[in-house]
Write a protein that binds this ligand. Structure first.
Ligand code: PEP
Ligand code: MN
Length: 341
């Protein structure tokens, strides 16, 4: 931490600040400039108490943290890329992983049909969402526990792996036998109790970025999973709330590139929830791959026009192989770039 003192601070002020720094188990180093004096504080900001409280001293102008708030997530701590496995799917490493599936499980027939289409197109990890976080309580809430039995039946038939969103601890338990990976959605991206609960189960976790989370908050949320024992974590950029309603959310491609540099964890993009419109999903998917994403999570439905939720953005699952064919040159280029690094 760097503590910036107010101009014209006296020797006594500097002494007082240095004493407080020492009492919090940091070593103060006083640097006197022409206008300002700063006190550089040497010590581990993660394991010692924060120096933030020093802001309240009359002589202190600013307290500036130097260390990141995350450690286990960082590339400095773990330079090699982490590879996450869910069923037969691998996320991270040299390949590009495409996860796909409907916004929600709507019926046995709908889910069976979509999984048939997607497995035929080569998808190994499917979105299976019996529980839906909906903005309005009057919107379709998902089939909930009824959806679990549909998942079990479809899994027995197709042998496919599932990623399922959990909004609370009861759902973590309910899904334990049938989900291969848990999703923490944008609305729960900073629900630290839920992150700790999910981490304890030791299944892989797909952690979305909150719609108004900074990159540091996103990576620090992932730190909650790692520090609580879950090493199989995938980050997912899904777009930010912005001033412009022309798109549903603003896909932050810089955050994808930044997260890849700052962290060893795989990074996916969700172009469907960013775009909000079918026609934008492919170009956003290409942009995400160009920025270094390890893969994509895409919404696909056998009858998108009549979907119970997110109808405008879902790809027709019967044409998912054509969607993947359009994406193939970009996926190959992205995979070749990863192999070269
Ligand atoms: C979802 O993936 O089903 C979802 C609700 O997305 P998000 O949390 O990104 O809004
Ligand atoms: Mn959706």
């Amino acid at each position: 931490m760097i503590i910036v003192l107010k101009p014209q601070s006296s020797d006594q002020d500097i002494q007082e600040v240095s004493d407080r720094v020492r009492s919090l188990r940091y070593q103060p180093r006083v640097i006197r400039g022409v206008e300002n004096t700063v006190v550089a504080c040497i010590g581990d900001e993660l394991n010692n108490r924060s120096l933030e409280a020093l802001r309240n001293l009359p002589a202190v102008d600013n307290v500036i943290p130097i260390q990141h708030r995350y450690k286990l997530v960082s590339r400095e701590y773990h330079p090699a890329d982490t590879v996450v496995r869910a069923g037969k799917a691998t996320i991270g490493g040299d390949g590009i992983c495409v996860i796909a599936g409907p916004c929600a499980i709507e019926s046995a027939e709908q889910f069976r049909t979509v999984v048939g289409h997607l497995t035929q197109a080569g998808v190994q990890l499917v979105r299976a969402m019996p529980y839906k976080p909906r903005t309005s309580p009057y919107d379709f809430q998902g089939l909930r526990d009824e959806g679990l039995q549909i998942m079990r039946d479809v899994k027995a038939e197709f042998g496919v792996a599932f990623v399922s969103e959990v909004m609370g601890p009861a759902q973590v338990e309910a899904l334990a036998d049938v989900a291969d990976m848990y999703q923490i959605g944008a609305r729960n991206a900073q629900n630290y109790d839920l992150l700790e609960t999910v981490a304890a189960v030791r299944k892989p976790v797909l952690l979305k970025r909150g719609m108004a989370s900074t990159v540091e908050e996103w990576l620090t949320a992932a730190e909650y999973l790692l520090v609580n024992g879950c090493s199989q974590v995938v980050l997912c950029e899904r777009g930010l709330r912005s001033f412009d309603r022309a798109v549903r959310n603003l896909l932050d491609v810089s955050a994808i590139a930044l997260a890849k540099q700052a962290s060893h964890l795989p990074v996916l993009a969700d172009p469907s929830h960013a775009a909000g419109k079918r026609a934008l999903v492919l170009p956003l998917a290409c942009a995400a791959l160009a920025a270094g994403a390890d893969g994509l999570i895409i919404e696909a439905h056998p009858d998108p026009a009549n979907a119970f939720s997110d109808a405008a953005q879902q790809i027709d699952s019967a044409a998912f192989d054509a969607f993947l064919a359009d994406l193939a040159p970009w996926m190959e280029l992205a995979a070749a770039r990863k192999r070269a690094h």
